[in-house]
Design a protein around this ligand. Structure first.
Ligand code: IVH
Length: 674
């Protein structure tokens, strides 16, 4: 075989650098620069050269991420520096105590600089880099020793195989720590694939991440969508690294994935604000977090504070409130939804879950009611995850009284007494009577809700009265109501009636996405309605779209498309839409925030330490039609810069990019015309 010449070596070097760069753009910066096909071409060329000249293969080549022999078991490895665990607090008061202890320990009355980070719910691992090369990766284990899972960790594109020369020289030994997680969406897809292969599903994203990492065959790990988020290093005595945030900046520069919600703040009050914004953001995140980690930023302060047994005194896990609680079932009721689906609901003795009082929990359908075997009088565990309707997770059968009887699913609609049907293959029982008052009430409520026509004052009680008095037979009738009709209703004074009529009048101009949502087409929630409005721009085009046009939209599957087709084919719906038009509803043309928002057409880059996590500002900018990029270029309109900004600020100044701080952003949002 021919010896590789210099040209080949140079090409290989360039290919590796390119593949690594695109890996980073794709996985870490979420900002791919080339298509998957182009990437494959680069990678295939790299493999081809390495096949021809195996002597050129090096351990840090991107080709070496997979392909290690299958091992029989994992070896145990000692951690050079113990991997600590965290003590926890669960309230602002407890956090304030932690903050007081920190101040006492440091003998200071000044406010402490803290870093706040999401507490990722995955698997802790350590990555050892010697002279810049990734040589050993292990699980946390008991903190002192873990398992050697190097071959598996090598397969994660978010783990750099080699660090920059500068870092390798400066820090010949660097031990990076962080969490391996699987995104919720990736977890759902993985379970679908497992099911298609007749394999049992995985319980949750954390188990899926742990199971995927501890595979003896690393090609299985390679096929699983795992991410490594770095959150620190083992050593706090390294040159020019005097704060946790400088470590995070270094790791980011080296290509590690750093969580968007990591922020720096001061004092207990600052930490509390960060906790609240993280809690608010939690439901929108595509990965699971179970709280916030707060760390003292300055390393010399960390050293003074030290640790007690296995937990540092300079960090704490501020956990979210428990999402489950126990209570007693008072009764099992059957509610009729706006689409006629009958849902068994457990009425509960009121109980606090995640800071909210829960009085009802869904039992989903007949199968679930049978499986759980929930009975009136039972003690049950209920769970509430964010905005999701609370549900019964489990019945405590040991505490069940002998006299209880299994609940019976009704055979007729509890509202209109019509017959119920259950379609083959479907879990739901439905009432098929379109005039069923309970369904109408649900439809009306949905129509007038905030993400729909947003008619304030049209709650459940009023909806019921309008139906019972036959003033409203479908939502379009709302636009024909008069004050004379409203005044005789219960609790309806002149002012209240006028307010309602004003709200209805105002709602005639409801924007297209909310109008589409309000119709209550099966499967069309807020997200789908937004996609449909953006795609078709006018209601007329949406109304007449073919199934092919609908399914061509990313995010609209065949079931939703058929649901939309059925909705518009239905005569009752057609006459309702006609009556809405006659009642003065405008059906406006779609206005995209990207075209009309205050920041439309503007590209931002965010850097430095801000008063809120970066994700907060990213959302704010995007909500107003702006874009957020990860690197400063000539295309950047504004650099939003906080304290301690580094290279991005220098670059922006060089390019003459406008640099603004938080109040500058506020001004942009207030000044510009919308
Ligand atoms: S720091 C002394 N930061 O929480 C510092 N840990 O009880 C110890 N975790 O098993 C870890 N997100 O896997 C740290 N941003 C974060 C974290 C985090 C999740 C996990 C970690 C560890 C446990 C600590």
């Amino acid at each position: 075989m021919a010896a590789p010449d210099e040209k080949i070596s140079a090409e290989l070097k360039k290919l590796r650098a390119e593949v690594n760069r695109h890996n980073r753009l794709y996985y870490v910066d979420d900002n791919p620069a080339i298509s998957d096909a182009e990437y494959d071409r680069l990678f295939d060329r790299l493999l081809e050269i390495e096949r021809r000249f195996p002597e050129l293969v090096t351990p840090e080549s991107p080709s070496q991420r997979v392909g290690a022999p299958v091992s029989k078991k994992f070896e145990t490895v000692q951690h050079r520096v113990q991997m600590l665990s965290l003590s926890k607090v669960t309230s602002a008061e407890e956090f304030a105590q932690f903050d007081r202890r920190v101040k006492e320990g440091l003998e200071t009355s000044g406010e402490i600089d803290y870093i706040t980070e999401p507490k990722l719910d995955g698997l802790a691992v350590e990555l050892v880099y010697e002279h810049g090369l990734f040589v050993l990766g292990s699980t946390r284990g008991d903190g002192k020793a873990g398992e050697n899972i190097t071959v598996n960790l090598r397969t994660l594109p978010t783990i750099p195989l080699r660090l920059s020369e500068e870092t390798a020289k400066r820090y010949p030994l660097l031990e990076v720590r962080g969490e391996v997680i699987m995104k919720k969406s990736a977890f759902a897809r993985l379970n679908e694939t497992l099911a298609a292969d007749n394999l049992p599903p995985l319980a949750n994203p954390r188990n899926a991440a742990a199971g995927s990492l501890r595979q003896l065959d690393s090609s299985v790990t390679a096929s699983r969508p795992l991410l490594f988020y770095a959150y620190g290093i083992s050593d706090t005595n390294l040159a020019s690294l005097d704060r946790h945030q400088s470590v995070m900046a270094l790791l980011h520069r080296e290509g590690f994935l750093i969580n968007d919600f990591i922020a720096s703040t001061t004092g207990a009050e600052g930490a509390e604000t960060a906790f609240e914004s993280l809690l608010a953001a939690r439901q929108r995140l595509d990965y699971e977090i179970d709280g916030m980690v707060v760390k003292v930023d300055r390393f010399h302060q960390q050293t003074i504070l030290g640790q007690i047994s296995r937990a540092p005194r300079w960090a704490v896990a501020w956990k979210f409130a428990a999402e489950t609680a126990q209570t007693v079932v008072e009764e099992i009721e059957f509610s009729v939804g706006r689409t006629g689906v009958i849902t068994p609901v457990a009425r509960l003795e009121p109980v606090r879950v995640s800071g909210v009082t829960v009085t009802h929990a869904s039992l989903h359908n007949e199968d679930e009611l049978r499986r759980l075997d929930v009975r009136p009088g039972d003690t049950v565990t209920v769970r509430r995850a964010g905005d999701v309707i609370p549900e019964v997770v489990e019945v405590d059968k040991d505490r069940r009284a002998a006299s209880t009887k299994a609940a019976k699913f009704p055979v007729e609609c509890p509202s209109c007494h019509g017959a119920l049907t259950r379609t083959e293959g479907e879990a739901a029982h439905r009432c098929l009577n379109p005039a069923c008052p309970a369904q109408l009430e649900g439809r009306l409520f949905h129509f007038a809700s905030k993400p729909g026509f947003d008619i304030e004052g049209l709650g459940g009680k009023l909806a019921r009265q309008l139906i019972d008095n036959e003033l409203v037979k479908n939502p379009a009738d709302l636009f024909f109501l008069t004050k004379e009709q409203l005044l005789p209703l219960d609790l309806m004074a002149d002012k209240k009636a006028q307010n309602l009529l004003d709200a209805i009048d105002h709602s005639r101009a409801t924007p297209l996405p909310r109008l589409i949502y309000a119709l209550g087409i099966p499967g069309v929630g807020e997200a789908a309605a937004g996609l449909l409005a953006a795609q078709f721009e006018t209601f007329e085009r949406f109304e007449t779209a073919s199934i092919e046009e609908l399914t061509a939209i990313d995010g609209i599957g065949p079931n939703i498309a058929v649901g939309i087709g059925d909705f518009f084919a239905n005569e009752g719906n057609q006459s309702m839409l006609k009556r809405m038009r006659e009642g003065g509803v405008q059906f406006p043309v779609f206005q995209s925030p990207a075209a009309t928002g205050k920041l439309a057409g503007k590209t931002f880059v965010i850097t430095g330490t801000l008063s809120q996590p970066r994700g907060y500002f990213k959302n704010l900018i995007e909500e107003h039609g702006g874009k957020v990029a990860s690197a400063v270029s000539t295309k950047t309109d504004y650099l939003l810069s906080g304290a301690d900004a580094g290279s991005k600020l220098t670059k922006a100044q060089k390019l003459g990019t406008t640099v603004i701080d938080e109040s500058g952003l506020e001004q942009l949002l207030n000044n510009t015309n919308d």
